[in-house]
Design a binder for this molecule. Structure first.
Ligand code: PGA
Length: 241
């Protein structure tokens, strides 16, 4: 695990965007795994800036998002589909047919999850997967105690996650209780991983991810077994390392 601690969120976002941009420059048809949540917003803004200044071209890039709330359709303002359009896709020249986000309204979840995995495989696998991390150590929506072997599947969200994500909704009751998420195995199959975290409230989680036991109780701890992980932290998130 390569750990980079930077002074603040702005620098974290720039570093992360530069890593993704160099991936795209080196391989214009890169397959990139994307994340939602507050953490990657600055990275997306920086990628848009790099695109607008002519430094990167998304025309051949293929993307797969980590997860989507189950039950929300793509036009719902709380959906991750909506989020991705708002912060990234509507500002860059990505080909919409290359964009993949799990379908929150899929009628047959089992088939939808299988198809998602097949599409990742057909695209040649994920070259680099961007990740945030929950305070409970989740990556994607792989909550504590989820099996490490899981591929894309339907998950029940943790109380902790529902509470944390309620800040984006009018009330906690509105937060979906389930999501479709890439599994730990899907994430571990990516060739490279880029995990971002900021804020002192995540410092213990980060400490345990890096130095703790590898256990499904802290899903991100499995990343210790991945051969190519870069972690970018601000001073707060890295304060116990
Ligand atoms: P956050 O969420 O970026 O909003 O903190 C990260 C996560 O829950 O994976």
């Amino acid at each position: 695990m390569r750990i980079i601690i930077v002074k603040d969120y702005e620098e974290l976002s720039k570093r992360a965007a530069n890593i993704l941009a160099s991936q795209i420059i080196l391989k214009p048809s890169s397959v990139i795994g994307l994340a939602t949540g507050s953490t990657p917003i600055g990275t997306y803004q920086e990628l848009v800036r790099l695109y607008k200044s002519g430094n990167i071209d998304f025309s051949e890039v293929v993307t797969f998002n980590l997860d989507e709330y189950y039950g929300l359709d793509r036009y719902d303002k709380q959906s991750y589909y909506f989020f991705m359009n708002k912060y990234l896709f509507s500002h860059i020249n990505i080909d919409r047919k290359n964009v993949h986000i799990p379908d929150g309204k899929a009628e047959n979840i089992y088939i939808a999850c299988k198809t998602y995995e097949k599409k990742i495989k057909k695209a040649g696998g994920i070259d680099i997967q961007l990740l945030g991390i929950g305070r409970n150590g989740h990556i994607g929506f792989n909550e504590p105690d989820m099996k490490f072997e899981a591929l894309t599947h339907l998950v029940n969200l943790d109380e902790d996650t529902i509470k944390a994500n309620s800040r984006f909704f009018n009330s906690i009751e509105e937060v979906p209780k389930q999501a479709i998420s890439m599994g730990i195995k899907t994430i571990m199959n990516s060739k490279k991983i880029l995990l971002l975290a900021y804020g002192a409230q995540k410092n213990e989680t980060i400490y345990n991810m890096v130095n703790g036991r590898i256990t499904p109780e802290l899903p991100a701890s499995v990343l210790q077994l991945h051969p190519d992980v870069t972690v970018i932290l601000d001073k707060g998130a890295g304060s116990l390392l």
